[in-house]
Ligand binder design. Structure first.
Ligand SMILES: Cc1cc2nc3c(=O)[nH]c(=O)nc-3n(C[C@H](O)[C@H](O)[C@H](O)COP(=O)(O)OP(=O)(O)OC[C@H]3O[C@@H](n4cnc5c(N)ncnc54)[C@H](O)[C@@H]3O)c2cc1C
Length: 816
């Protein structure tokens, strides 16, 4: 029996690599009274059986930064703690078997260079020289990352635990957390069971690092931690005589990776249809367990592997391994404080990259817990992106059967999940579907991304070039720019803030002036104390004491959490009313004509000016018409009670026949917003991006009095900007920009694009990305005087740079 304290500063639940890393990093920050409780033995969940690949290149700058941190940490952890991690920088090679994969690898290599990760493109001869056992038939190219490595996962976790203990953390094995206790919306501690004994540790903070047990543990506290275990397979051969040291090899087109270890080959699989596991819960007794072999399931991977690596044909199989691992609906893990419960932190759901991720994730989470702010933008993995419904087990089971394989599938732009769809639908979903809508999914919402014409198959055909919807979306774009289009944006998050203290509260959390006339719409940001952007939204004043906040679908939970966290003593209620209203956006120069044909309202500029909202009649129903635009044209966002949405939709489409009204999707909207350089949260603006450097100073009212982030804005004004968000237009109309393409200033990589799309009116791909100043306070004019290129799959393309929007720079069109 281990004596446990009655109280602690933090209780970490789970002694896998994730929990051990959080304990290690909190201890290194000088935290005292850290307790880590592990129900069985350290590493006995998933960690002990990982293959131990440490690949550094991830999908975004900050995820790569975390993976790189892990690799550096594991390389030196043995010296720091006296326990070797087995880390070896053996390098890794990824090979392409198709032209599309070749483009993906070339794009990834560009990204690696921009992130400072050493990388080289390999010819077939070079691949063969580095990996002589590979059958290069069908291989189109490869990339080499020399600093990638492999390590012993169990030893990394044990070394982290040892390092944490050395700094005073208490790590107790054989102690299960039975529940997390709470009062008044905050964690108060945990109850534990140790053999026959049980007790309580009072703590302000807990960290759920319970791996595949984490979902049910969180659900017991009404916290959504949407993850589900899947079976995950590899085999290890018998020793192969004379096998030399080899880099890790990935052949994603055959769903396979190969690791040489002690003269054997480990062959692992990311098969397209995975097997969810643990549907009845994870067995209580699970400890260093394996799951039953399933040779039939593994066989297709092995068959391709024997062809790819002929020496495997004669190598005996020593181990067939099947172990469970947690997967999430979007293949990204979860970090941060759960929005539902103060003091409830999570670090779980690693999608088979928990070894390479946990070093950095533990560091980032510890820094976040220590300062209250993430050390840099972690939105990719922020727990606040999880939707409450996603803890539904049937949903998870269906989705994770796909997400495991997606890790090695082509990561095509706009790729949509094929499973577990249709959970959240707009009231006009069936109308859109009947009109040929092809849907994408965001936060569980089905959203029409583009419309297939009559006779066309309404489905995506993905590629890195122009996809099959390019022309359809171009026509929708033209309707929005030259005629009139209707976009269903019912997925917008909608929050009502009401009460006698609502105005004072919003004035404090929003950077713009909120004390405006009833009916005014204010575009604004909520800032953190560093001047970084926490939220990008519009606030409409509905009355003296009631406001409607409209936010992107993907950020609703985050925005609600930020508002609730900062409410303090202000007398206001915060209510999610997303499902109460549909939003139909009627946009384009002929929008007034169409609306006038189905509404008696005076729609003139005098009666209904830009930036105002008022109730109008549409057909036989009612709508609150917001005169605002995310596409940069004359238009109204019509907020309609969900019961009347179908009627209003029908009234609009009927009234629009004469003007050639076209249903438009989100791809067309995105194309228009990129031309206008309207920012998109999570891409161009994040909590790491200062509002002034994002070019949004016009929406900040420092003279209105105190608000969160005001001092940081004043400081930045004083000190000068260190970078600018710049809009780029490629000189060549062919190449496609998506995001993450390197930006070159005078021939040198200075950053990557935060977002990209084809601008059909500008006649080329448009991107937005930050360019650092060469010296403090470098002016915009100086910056624009440089020569810019954007790298697309290894090709450098000249680009025009601008700080003012390239389309309608004076924003005259929406006010027309
Ligand atoms: C076959 C396979 C190969 C893999 N290969 C790689 C690889 O090459 N590279 C890579 O980066 N990743 C790899 N992974 C993924 C990696 O192993 C996991 O992502 C990682 O181990 C997850 O660590 P964790 O700490 O989140 O979970 P776990 O290791 O499962 O730890 C969670 C711990 O919490 C404990 N716990 C649960 N509930 C409670 C409770 N109520 N009270 C107390 N304790 C509790 C459990 O006992 C467990 O020990 C692989 C996974 C598999 C299955």
């Amino acid at each position: 029996m281990i004596a446990l304290p009655a109280s602690a500063r933090v209780v970490i639940i789970g002694g896998g690599i994730s929990g051990c890393s959080v304990a290690y990093h909190l201890a290194r920050l000088g935290w005292r009274d850290i307790v880590l409780l592990e129900r069985q033995k350290l590493t006995s969940g998933t960690t002990w059986h990982a293959a131990g690949l440490v690949g550094q290149l991830r999908a975004s700058l900050n995820m790569t930064r975390l993976a790189k941190y892990s690799a550096d940490l594991y390389a030196r952890l043995g010296d720091v703690t006296g326990l070797a991690t087995g880390f070896r920088a053996c390098g890794s090679i990824s090979v392409a078997l198709s032209n599309e994969r070749r483009v993906e690898l070339l794009r990834q290599a560009g990204l690696a260079r921009a992130f400072g990760v050493e990388v080289a493109e390999l010819s077939l001869a070079e691949i063969k020289a580095m990996y002589p056992h590979l059958n290069t038939e069908g291989v189109t190219m490869g990339v080499h990352l020399p600093a990638d490595g492999q390590a012993d996962p169990g030893n990394i976790a044990l070394a982290l635990a040892k390092g944490a203990r050395a700094k005073g953390a208490l790590i107790a094995e054989g102690v299960k957390v039975a529940s997390v206790t709470q009062a008044a919306g905050r964690v108060t501690g945990v109850t534990w069971v140790q053999g026959e004994a049980q007790g309580h540790i009072a703590a302000d903070l807990v960290v759920n690092a319970a791996g595949m047990w984490g979902r049910d543990l969180a659900a017991a506290s009404s916290v959504a931690l949407p993850l589900h275990a899947c079976e995950h397979f590899y085999i290890v051969t018998e020793p192969i005589a004379g096998l030399e040291r080899l880099p890790v090899l990935r052949v994603p087109d055959e769903c396979a990776y190969y690791k040489e270890d002690a003269g054997k080959i480990l062959l692992g699989a990311f098969e397209p249809k995975a097997k969810p596991w643990g549907m009845q819960g994870i067995p209580e007794s699970f400890c260093f367990d394996q799951l039953p072999e399933d040779f039939d399931h593994f066989e297709p991977i092995l068959a391709a592997a024997v062809n790819r690596m002929p020496m495997l044909a004669s190598a005996g199989i020593h181990t067939f391994f099947n172990g469970p691992e947690s997967f999430t609906p979007d293949d990204r893990y979860y970090l941060g404080e759960a929005p539902e419960l103060g003091g409830y932190w999570v670090a779980a759901g690693y999608n088979s990259i928990g070894i390479v991720s946990s070093g950095g994730a533990g560091m980032a989470l510890a820094a976040w817990m220590d300062s209250g702010e993430p050390p840099f933008d972690l939105w990719d993995v922020d727990i606040r992106r999880a939707q409450p419904f996603q803890k539904n087990r049937r949903y998870l089971r269906e989705r994770v059967s796909e997400t495991l394989g997606l890790l090695y599938a082509d990561h095509f732009p706009c790729r949509q999940p094929a499973t577990a769809r249709g959970i959240r639908r707009s009231p006009v979903h069936e109308h859109l579907k009947a009109a040929g809508a092809v849907f994408g999914e965001t936060a569980g919402w089905e959203r029409a991304n583009w419309f297939a014409a009559a006779g066309e198959v309404p489905e995506y055909r993905y590629s890195w070039g122009r996809q099959n919807w390019f022309e359809n979306s171009a026509a929708e774009h033209r309707a929005l720019r030259q005629g009139v289009g209707l976009i269903d944006m019912s997925s917008f998050g909608k929050i009502r803030v009401e009460g006698p203290g609502a105005l004072a509260f919003l004035e404090r959390v929003a950077a713009a002036q909120i004390d405006v006339d009833n009916g005014r719409i204010v575009y604004c940001q909520m800032l953190n104390a560093r001047g970084g952007i926490e939220s990008d939204l519009t606030i409409t004043r509905l009355s003296e004491t009631a406001f409607l906040l409209v936010v992107p679908a993907a950020t609703l939970q985050r925005d609600l959490a930020w508002l609730r966290r900062n409410l303090g003593g202000d007398l206001a209620t915060i209510t999610d009313v997303t499902a109460a209203e549909a939003v139909l956006c009627l946009m384009g120069p002929r929008a007034r004509e169409v609306l006038a044909a189905c509404s008696p309202a005076d729609l003139s500029n005098t009666a209904h000016g830009f930036g105002t909202a008022r109730e109008i009649e549409v057909g036989m129903g009612l709508a609150r018409a917001h005169r605002i635009s995310y596409v940069g044209e004359l238009g109204w966002e019509l907020y309609v009670s969900t019961d009347q949405a179908a009627h209003v939709f029908e009234a609009l489409t009927e009234a629009g026949t004469a003007a050639g009204l076209r249903l438009c999707g989100l791809h067309a909207m995105n194309s228009c917003r990129m031309e206008k350089a309207y920012r998109s949260f999570g891409h161009d603006i994040t909590d790491e991006d200062h509002v002034l450097e994002a070019g949004l100073g016009f929406a900040v009212a420092t003279d209105k009095g105190g608000f969160i982030g005001r001092e940081a804005v004043l400081r930045k004004r004083e000190a000068g900007l260190t970078r600018h968000l710049v809009q780029f237009l490629l000189s060549d109309p062919e190449p496609m920009l998506y995001h993450n393409e390197p930006i070159l200033r005078d021939g040198r990589i200075v950053g990557v694009l935060a977002s990209g799309a084809y601008g059909h009116s500008l006649g080329g791909s448009v991107g937005l990305g930050y360019v650092p100043c060469t010296h403090a306070g470098e002016s915009g004019a100086e910056m624009l005087a440089a020569r810019y290129e954007i790298e697309v799959a290894g090709q450098r393309i000249a680009a025009r740079a601008s700080l003012a929007p390239l389309y309608d720079p004076k924003s005259e069109r929406p006010r027309a």
